[in-house]
Design a protein around this ligand. Sequence first.
Ligand code: ACM
Length: 546
Amino acid sequence: MTSQTDLIPEPGAVTVRGPGFLELGPATRLAAAGEGAERAGRLLRATLGTATGLPLAPGPAEEDDVVRLSVDPDAGEELGEEGYRLTVTARGVDLVGGSDAGLFWGTQTLRQLLGPDAFRRAPLPGRRWRLPLIEVRDRPRFRWRGLMLDVARHFMPKDGVLRYLDLMAAHKLNVLHLHLTDDQGWRVEIKRHPRLTEVGSWRSRTKFGHRASPLWEEKPHGGYYTQDDIREIVAHAAERHIRVVPEIDVPGHSQAAIAAYPELGNTDVVDTASLTVWDNWGISSHVLAPTDNTLRFYEGVFTELLDLFPDEFVHIGGDECPKDQWRASPAAQARIEELGVAGEDGLQSWFVGHFDTWLAARGRRLIGWDEILEGGLAPGAAVSSWRGYAGGIAAARAGHDVVMCPEQHVYLDHRQDGGEDEPVPIGYVRTLEDVYRFEPVPSELTEAESRHVLGTQANVWTEVMEDQGRVDYQVFPRLAAFAEVAWSALPGPAERDFAGFEARMAAHYRRLDALGVGYRPPSGPLPWQRRPGVPGRPLEGPPPNR
Ligand code: ACM
């Protein structure tokens, strides 16, 4: 093992300052001066207090046996926007953040150093809370370290999202992209359009397995977040320095919305009045009609969303919009003529462009899947590069910011082993090591172009993840490898020390155990993690390198 600690993600620099320990006990004080530090202190006292039973009472910074938290903007240059310096001596702990966020990430390192039981929610008898005498200087490689949760295909109840925010924080991830709408469900309350959730948030049955599977789960599935739930999620995230980026997918992936409001569909070619929320997987042919009514409807949706989500970015989807209905629809064809755009692709680009301008006028930035590049974008718009690297390369070269999330590397719905026991196997085999060797910045980019790579994101599509256990299984342990890719200054993919990472994972599995995460064990799925007889869609061979 090359690393001197078991920390994940691996920090920038670690100096061990001798043998021995600092032991935290009932008399240990927590000194947090200044607004940013107070906030981090409250959260640290709550989490460590729960795990250890120690009061960590407020105390003066000058004495011994104190955990001192502070924000030092002057150290920002050295530590970076989200960096921190953690020093443990026999006298106490000094944790300095270059910003509030840096201080918070430092508290996550402190928690890991206390051992796996620091991740529990009640103290175990006889535990001692020892910190190695150490100095850690650390800062992230990327400022966008994201996780996308598809809460549309299978709803993740609010508690599950709050839990995932806690898990993200423990891995120093800082962007939660919520995929809130799709053909199979609409998951956010919109007060001016109540049928979106009354009708659109549930389906009467669900395909069990890949769409070719003959199996059905013959019970209703659904759920949605009220606006207060969203406020709670956003605030819980903000306490942890995590941004929440909402996605409303348009103009494709919209069957649930059309089932709720049939006039949103292409009514001159299909009887949208009889449409229901989709119970199967795939890409629905039911897409939004390119009418003024549709634009006004979604402006209303986004107006409510801007009130709920303060982040600068709003994701509008824009992926996988089949053009068959627009080709067949006289109304859509008349619209193409009237707008003078280049066919159905031009119509799609006009639709995206409308919301690009609309969001920019409200001080926000549009982000969408890489299909939105087709037809040109406003300068401030950003791209989630999912169909390999190509979209991200094109976007960066055109001066757009990019989040790299190529499906062949960081789609965590893809199976993580080639074995027979893998539950509902989808896609290519992407092992823990494959994710560890993922490089977000394409080598084709120049130095200047690569500055447009904001960071990277792992995406979790949930067609075959019907509950928390299935999500945990697909996400972990690979999210730990992803977190290290997003945070740590790793060498090129071939030079990465996977053996060292695996050695640190021994401690990390124990942290995940303490957190109650149902990860895939290195030896393969546990009996109850299998789904015998439920067909998936495994793809063979190495994924295409694109
Ligand atoms: C996507 O996977 N359709 C973005």
